[in-house]
Design a protein around this ligand. Structure first.
Ligand code: PGA
Length: 260
């Protein structure tokens, strides 16, 4: 685990953007696993800036998003299709044919989820999976009690996550109860994972995920088993880690070439 603590979400997001940009420059046909929510917004803004000002080229990049609400058409303003268009895709030169999100309108949901897994395999697998974390330790929409070996499938959102995400909907009742999400096993197959967490609301989940036991009660904890897992945290999100000084010391002592 590489635990990197930055003074602000903006500083962490700039580092994350630089890391993604480096991957895209080294591997122009990189396959990126992308996330939605508040957490990656500053990272996406910086990727857009790098595209506009530094020519960061997304033309051969393939993307797979973690999740989508069941029953929302792509044009619905709270859908993750719409979120990704608004915050990234409309502003960079990614090819629409290389963009993938789960199909919230699928009539045969199990078949659609199998096809999503197959599309990831056919693309060569995900090079880097970007993740946020829920206050309950969820990654994607893999809520506590999710199988740590799960694949893309339908899940029921917890009441807590419904409250956390209600801001995107006109009324809380307008929010679907179900989502399609990559499974924990799908996420674990990515060659590299980059988890971002900002704010005091994430501190308990981060402490449990990084320093607690591996448990389906905190699905992010399985990332302890991932060979290339990087965590970019701001100070409040890192505040409940017991080995904070050690993590800082490790990162500060790294040679520049090894730093994110
Ligand atoms: P947030 O959501 O980025 O809006 O905090 C993260 C998540 O629920 O995974």
């Amino acid at each position: 685990m590489e635990i990197i603590i930055q003074p602000t979400p903006e500083a962490a997001s700039l580092l994350a953007a630089r890391h993604l940009a480096q991957l895209i420059r080294e591997k122009p046909n990189a396959v990126l696993g992308l996330a939605t929510g508040h957490t990656p917004l500053a990272l996406y803004r910086e990727l857009i800036r790098l595209h506009r000002e530094d020519g960061l080229d997304f033309s051969r990049v393939t993307t797979f998003n973690l999740d989508e609400y069941v029953g929302l058409p792509p044009a619905h303003p709270a859908s993750y299709h719409a979120f990704m268009q608004e915050h990234l895709f409309a502003h960079v030169n990614v090819s629409p044919s290389r963009i993938h999100l789960p199909d919230g309108l699928a009539t045969d949901i199990p078949a659609s989820c199998r096809a999503y897994e197959e599309a990831i395999r056919a693309a060569g697998g995900i090079d880097l999976q970007l993740l946020g974390i829920g206050g309950d330790g969820h990654i994607g929409f893999n809520e506590p009690s999710s199988s740590l070996a799960s694949r893309t499938r339908i899940k029921t959102i917890t009441e807590r996550t419904r409250r956390d995400n209600a801001y995107a909907f006109a009324t809380p009742d307008a929010m679907p109860h179900h989502v399609l999400t990559m499974g924990v096993g799908t996420i674990m197959d990515a060659r590299q994972v980059l988890l971002l967490a900002f704010g005091a609301k994430k501190a308990d989940a981060i402490a449990a995920a990084l320093e607690g036991p591996i448990t389906a009660m905190n699905p992010a904890s399985i990332l302890q088993m991932h060979p290339v897992a990087k965590y970019l945290l701001d100070e409040p999100a890192a505040a409940k880690l017991t080995r904070l000084d050690y993590y800082r010391w490790v990162y500060d002592g790294k040679p520049d070439w090894q730093k994110v």
